[in-house]
Structures are given as C-alpha cells and as structure tokens.
Design a protein around this ligand. Structure first.
Ligand SMILES: NC(=O)c1ccc[n+]([C@@H]2O[C@H](COP(=O)([O-])OP(=O)(O)OC[C@H]3O[C@@H](n4cnc5c(N)ncnc54)[C@H](O)[C@@H]3O)[C@@H](O)[C@H]2O)c1
Length: 313
C-alpha cells in the first residue's frame, strides 16, 4: 500500500510517520509538507531513507500530483495556531479549506481506498457541562476552528455526493515531543526553564482535555483499520485540566516557583471548555494507554534534552 501523510513534518505528523513506519514496515510512505514555520525536516531526519518526501503545498494541484498513485491519505497538513488565526485568518482558510478540497479532488481522481481527515475538538466550540458526541452541531469560535469545521463539512460532502470513502477524526489537545513552542505545554516548559514568566490567559480556568500524541497516533490507526466509512470519531483521553493546573504541574516538575505565573489579557473568543465523548472509538477497541503525569514528565525531559531543536524558535 502507498500511504500519503500530509503535514508529516509537523508535530503530530512526524510522530505519526514514525508510528506508521514501525507498525507497517512493508508499506510505502509519502510525506507532503510545505515546511512552514511549524514543519521541520529534522523531525524526519532518521527516517528519510524510508519515505518519499515532497516539499509542497496541499493547495497546489501540481504539488499534490507528485504523490503519484496513493491508496490511502491522512491529511494532517494545516495551519494550527488559534492566536495566529486571530491575527491573520486568510492563510487558515486557504490551507485548511482549499487545501482539503485539493486533496479530496486528488482522492476522487485516484480512487483512493481511504481518505482520513484529521480534525479537532475545537470545531464543536465550548461546552460548560457534559461532552460532545460526533453528531453534535459544529459551533466553532476562532478562524482556526471555523476553517477546520469548513474542511470537515467538505469531507462529509465528498462522501455524500461522490461516495468518497472518507473518515474524520476529532482529537483533543495533543502534547509530546516535536511540538512547536508556541503551543501551551512547550511554551510553559521553555519559559519555566529560562525563569521567564509563564503567561496564562484570563484567570487560567479554561479547561482542555489533554492527550499524549502517541495515543492519538494509535487512535488514527484504529480509525484507519477499523472505522466505518463516512463516520467521524472523537479521540480524547478524558483527562481534563485547567491551564493553571498545567502550569503548576510543569513548575513543580522543574522545581520552579509558582510566582513565575503571570495572568495576561484573555484571548478573543476564548472557548472555556472542550470535552469529548469518546465512546464511539472505544467501541472499536481503542483506549488511551499513556498516563498523563508520566507522559508530561517524559515531554518535559524531551525538551530539556533537545535544546538544539528549540533554541532558535
Ligand atoms: N496539536 C493539537 O493539539 C491538535 C489537536 C487536534 C487536531 N489537530 C490537527 O492535527 C493536525 C496536525 O496538527 P499539528 O499540531 O501537528 O500541527 P503543526 O502546526 O505542528 O504541523 C502542521 C504541518 O502542516 C504543514 N503545512 C502547513 N500548511 C501546509 C500546506 N499548505 N501544505 C502542506 N503542508 C502544510 C506544516 O509545515 C507542518 O509540518 C492539524 O490538522 C490539526 O488541526 C491538532
């Protein structure tokens, strides 16, 4: 099988490429990545001889064509940072919506066996109590989540209109090695390491469900292998933490003072809480395997030991 992974040089993408190469050594892997600020060749350095790497844009049909005849597509390429989307939404609409359209067209022309869209819990918007199921309405709050929701709808439309064999995953907040330092957990780790203030939006009460990236990779694989065509699967670890709890855990682990925490003006349109009901993917046999405290410790260790990776970012 020839498997295309877009966005494979990014955070989840590079972890997923490694996961898939280990699990399916006899398959062929093609990675298509534009190498934006968030994507780095060095994330794939140790496996370059095992993959075909294409530097290209998912919005550009000629670039996508270079993947040749792929049987499976995992689309992880996206603009992903909410704060950047508030400053400049255009690139999010372009990559997340137009890029998805370009890949869907490729998938249709090449009769792919499966097209798997990697989406996010943010498309549901915020929820005070309870948890979102896959058929709940989409109610995104930021240009990032709105463009991801647009992509999800397009993917569904290609299933209904053309019978394209699609699947969608919506995962909660991932953390782990190779995550660009603008995201909450690596940003807090690096600031704490440098004794710099840890900026926390509002009062730090916003809640996110955190999942270790390798649990998400396994979830993507479960959906690929066992998911039903046309369906959506939430992937979360049922591990909800406030931002202030995360900051305190990191400070404790690094033996730093809580006085480093600095509350800053809240993000515009900041969702209060994300929460996923993951009963559907659990019925496929998937369960998160990594304990939060252990994998957070492992992630901190990775950043401490890989200064060369983050120093100039
Ligand atoms: N990180 C999370 O917590 C999280 C949670 C839920 C869903 N997701 C989704 O998972 C996917 C991967 O997220 P991530 O955190 O690894 O993102 P990331 O920002 O770390 O990586 C994105 C990758 O996509 C590439 N890319 C961007 N624009 C491109 C384009 N036009 N053409 C080709 N490549 C392009 C970048 O170079 C980078 O390698 C995204 O679709 C994101 O919406 C992420």
């Amino acid at each position: 099988m020839r498997i295309l992974i877009t966005g494979g040089a990014g955070f989840i993408g590079s972890n997923f490429v490694h996961y898939m190469l280990d699990k399916y050594p006899d398959d062929e892997f093609v990675v298509l990545d534009k190498l934006t600020y968030a994507g780095r060749m060095e994330n794939l350095q140790d496996v370059m001889d095992k993959i075909t790497f294409i530097k290209g844009d998912i919005c550009n049909r000629e670039d996508v064509k270079k993947a040749e005849d792929c049987d499976i597509i995992f689309n992880l390429a996206a603009e992903t940072h909410v704060d950047r989307s508030i400053i400049d939404a255009g690139v999010f609409v372009r990559t997340d919506v137009l890029g998805t359209y370009t890949l869907l067209e490729y998938a249709r022309k090449h009769d792919v066996e499966k097209y798997i869209q990697i989406s996010t819990d943010e498309v549901y918007g915020s929820i005070e109590k309870g948890s979102f199921k896959e058929d709940d309405i989409l109610n995104p709050s930021s240009p990032y989540s709105a463009s991801k929701a647009g992509a999800d709808l397009l993917v569904r439309a290609y299933y209904k209109t053309y019978g394209l064999p699609v699947l969608i995953t919506r995962s909660s907040n991932n953390f782990g090695p190779y995550q660009y330092p603008e995201k909450l957990i690596p940003a807090l780790i690096l600031n704490a390491l440098h004794d710099k203030p840890l900026p926390i939006y509002g009062k730090g009460k916003n809640v996110r469900d955190w999942i270790y990236v390798l649990d998400n990779c396994e979830g993507l694989d479960f959906v690929f292998q066992k998911g039903e065509t046309g369906e959506i699967y939430n992937i979360g670890a049922e591990n909800e933490k406030t931002n202030i709890e995360i900051a305190n855990l990191i400070l404790k682990e690094l033996n730093k003072s809580k006085n480093l925490i600095k509350f800053v003006e809240d993000r515009k349109g900041h969702d209060f809480r994300y929460s996923l009901d993951c009963g559907k993917i659990k019925k496929l046999g998937w369960n998160p395997r990594y304990k939060f405290e252990d994998s957070l410790r492992e992630t901190i260790r990775w950043y401490v030991e890989n200064e060369g990776w983050w120093r100039d970012r």
